[in-house]
Ligand binder design. Structure first.
Ligand SMILES: Cc1cc2nc3c(=O)[nH]c(=O)nc-3n(C[C@H](O)[C@H](O)[C@H](O)COP(=O)(O)OP(=O)(O)OC[C@H]3O[C@@H](n4cnc5c(N)ncnc54)[C@H](O)[C@@H]3O)c2cc1C
Ligand code: FES
Length: 337
């Protein structure tokens, strides 16, 4: 096994040298830049400071022989042959991402409970979507206005986008998803969008608050934090109506495997068998933390929840700059206002 270290950020990962360096970096949650992944565009170019890398065939078109002899390498095409120290700028802000319009097909679609559907979209035409954990996409079908949905899986390299779509009573698009959308249906997506993304450069403990399918971007953030071995304490609060609305048991698995993760489900209309926390999710956070000064808080879900939380958290010491949110406003048109 070899260690690959990016001197720009000090972050490193281990590789057996069988995959190209870019793929292993993305699997380990390092946001290395890339474009074509075929050796043409040069976007994954890095300076190799120490160690040896090798291409399977000739030097790819995206790099000149002068650049190669100066120590530059295309990470989407080369594998490590020893420990490697390199220099490359990792993506760390929305400014580093590129909004694209991409064709995709439904890879799989399944009920997570009575009113939430899990949809996996496969991006077509050898394209890819670079995004930051927490961002969303607009889903586009010719019969509807675009609709916003958060990306539920952590950024990686498999060309799959996971969505959790809640059925809205009388909602045109979500009813279409529940009643007509099938495996292999073709759609388009535009993204990534939004400035709700995980700030990795901070050392503060993190409170993640989700309401309903606001769990989707929180899942992406937690999966990313786990894969990058983030050492900060993470408190996950998931507010829903009843137990059946906790549509995934992943948080329990995260808690069992990661000492730094705590999970607190909060039900607003629980059945009589529920012994856990009850009421509004943001009120549970207020009860648990006398002083929110030292925390970074991410809130995602219904606009009312986000609004009430922002106001009362500030009253309890939260610093405005440490609050990040995405409110699931009702329709695409309302988001634009
Ligand atoms: C940034 C962002 C990210 C989002 N991410 C997700 C996500 O990951 N998962 C998810 O399930 N939803 C998410 N939403 C909400 C989602 O976009 C809407 O639920 C969807 O657009 C509804 O489309 P529709 O055509 O079914 O409803 P429409 O036909 O547009 O609306 C019908 C009526 O239903 C009501 N309505 C619509 N949407 C909602 C809603 N969200 N809550 C309550 N009432 C509503 C309104 O009264 C509306 O007039 C997100 C929204 C935003 C802005
Ligand atoms: S990603 Fe285009 S050359 Fe590597």
């Amino acid at each position: 096994m070899f260690t690959i270290e990016n001197r720009t950020t000090g972050r490193s990962f281990r590789t057996d040298g069988c995959n190209v360096i870019l793929d292993d970096a993305l699997i380990h949650g390092l946001n290395f830049p890339y474009g074509c992944r075929k050796g043409f565009c040069g976007k994954c170019k890095a300076m190799i400071i120490e160690g040896e890398v090798a291409y399977e065939d000739d030097i790819p078109n995206g790099i000149t022989s002068e650049e190669a002899s100066d120590g530059m390498a295309l990470l989407c095409q080369c594998c490590a042959k020893s420990n490697v120290e390199l220099v490359i700028d990792e993506l760390s802000s929305v400014a580093d991402t590129e909004v694209k319009m991409l064709s995709c097909k439904v890879q799989s679609i399944k009920h997570l409970n009575h009113d939430v559907m899990q949809v996996f979209l496969k991006i077509l035409n050898d394209e890819s979507l670079r995004y930051l954990a927490g961002q969303y996409i607009d889903l586009i079908h010719h019969d509807f206005e675009p609709r916003a949905f958060s990306i539920a899986n952590a950024p990686n390299n498999d060309g799959l986008i996971e969505l959790h779509i809640r059925l809205i009573e009388g909602g045109k698009f979500t009813n279409f998803v529940f009643n007509q959308l099938k495996e292999n249906s073709l759609l388009r997506l535009e993204g990534p969008k939004g400035d709700f993304f995980f700030r990795e450069d901070s050392k503060k403990p993190v409170i993640l608050m989700a309401g309903g399918t606001g769990f989707a971007p929180i899942k992406s953030i937690v999966e990313h934090a786990i894969v990058t071995k983030l050492n900060r304490t993470i408190y996950i609060y998931w507010g829903v109506r009843d137990e059946i609305d906790l549509y995934m048991d992943l948080p329990i698995q995260w808690v069992n495997k990661n000492y730094n993760i705590c999970f607190i489900p909060v039900l607003s209309r629980p059945n009589e068998n529920w012994n856990g926390r009850k009421g509004l999710v943001h009120k549970s956070i207020l009860e648990d933390f006398d002083d929110l000064t030292g925390y970074e808080i991410y809130a995602c879900g219904p606009p009312k929840m986000v609004e009430s939380a922002a106001k009362s958290f500030v009253e309890q010491g939260m610093i405005q700059d440490n609050f990040f949110s995405d409110a699931f406003v009702f329709a695409f048109t309302e988001k634009k206002q």
